[in-house]
Ligand binder design. Structure first.
Ligand SMILES: *Cc1c(COP(=O)(O)O)cnc(C)c1O
Length: 341
């Protein structure tokens, strides 16, 4: 069984959150002399600390109640808030799979949580025999699952199996789910009180510069996050940018379709090159490709001003390539053709 009150840090459970001027009076009309703001200007007022308008729009688009939504300053802030809510520094542990997104490890380090890393199998899926050894550790509070996984690009299957056998929290990072042929796991949110799903405006929504990340979870977990977050964690500019993106959903769909089409074209092009040994199946907007010599190819590409991500320290001889515009993909392919090893 999952008991939230056993998992959360005592100090956070007992915490009385900062009450901002905008918490105490949230009406729109009035003479505001309560927050020591400058009365002149355009961005002179503090933003809505609860991002009500953004959450309302998101709630409509995702069919998830507003009280199950938390907005962070990028999903990287969401990851940090998860650690601060659940992991006692110097005592508790988190678990991630390898290879995966590097911020889980960095955030664990910052928050002084011990990190257990277990390898994905040769198909980049979870080895449940290996995982099973750790599930009964009372100090293990968090398990991070990234699906589609970065940098391997595949969906991770059987997340239910972890949720059902672990009495801590599972964070399912769906940063790339918009590109995936599998639907989101969001439809199962109600079923699992120990599930947090994170998504972001940084990838398919084309707003990496705006820094807006989302956590979906039980209203009890969301209430805890609201205590831990800085009062005005998402700026007015960022909230507006995300609201605009949600209003222009057709533009989102059009660009996503274009990226997916380009992804197919790029895959065919890459397949025809001798220096590309293998293209791993991708459910995201990037490819993990095995090359004949990743370090050399990466550097040769940089010389031609084409920047990819060298992942050879994680998966031998692999580089990660993002699907760009038709012109960018063309430059990449031409640059690869210029390389002789
Ligand atoms: C890019 C990415 C994110 C996005 O983080 P933001 O802070 O929202 O920009 C989250 N998770 C993974 C796995 C990513 O690759």
């Amino acid at each position: 069984m999952f008991y939230l009150n056993k998992i959360v840090r005592r100090n956070i459970l007992a915490l009385k959150p900062y009450s901002s001027a905008r918490d105490e009076f949230s009406g729109k009309e009035g003479v505001f002399l309560d927050a020591n703001e400058n009365p002149f200007g355009i961005l002179n007022r503090y933003p809505d600390p609860h991002q009500k308008e953004l959450k309302k729009k998101l709630s409509e688009v995702k069919a998830i109640p507003v009280e199950n939504i938390f907005i962070g300053n990028g999903s990287d802030e969401v990851i940090d808030i998860v650690f601060r809510t659940f992991c006692n520094p110097g005592k508790d542990k988190a678990l991630t799979f390898s290879p995966t997104y590097g911020m889980y490890e960095v955030s664990a380090g910052i928050n002084d949580a011990e990190l257990i890393t277990i390898s994905l199998n040769s198909s980049f899926q979870i080895d449940f025999n290996d995982l099973g050894k750790y599930l009964n550790d009372d100090n293990l509070k968090l398990i991070f699952v990234c699906s589609p996984n970065n940098p391997t690009a595949n969906n991770i299957s059987k997340v239910e199996q972890i949720l059902e056998n672990f009495k801590g929290i599972v964070i399912l990072d769906e940063a790339y789910n918009d590109f995936s042929s599998n639907g989101s796991f969001l439809k199962n949110l109600e079923k699992y009180p120990n599930l947090i799903i994170s998504q972001t405006f940084s990838k398919a929504w084309a707003l990496a510069g705006a820094r807006v990340g989302i956590a979906y979870a039980s209203s009890e977990i969301i209430s805890l996050f609201n205590k831990v977050k800085p009062p005005y964690n998402v700026s007015e500019l960022n909230q507006k940018a995300a609201i605009n993106a949600l209003i222009n959903i057709e533009e989102f769909e059009t660009k996503k379709a274009l990226i997916l089409k380009q992804k197919n074209i790029l895959e065919q092009e890459l397949k025809s090159l001798d220096i590309i040994k293998k293209i791993y199946p991708s459910d995201a907007n990037f490819f993990l490709v095995e090359t004949s010599n990743a370090d050399k190819i990466y550097n040769e590409l940089v010389k031609q001003k084409v920047i990819t991500r060298n992942r050879s320290s994680m998966v031998k001889n692999c580089i990660r390539i993002t699907v760009g515009t038709p012109e960018e993909n063309c430059k990449l392919v031409n640059a690869l053709k210029n390389i002789t090893l």
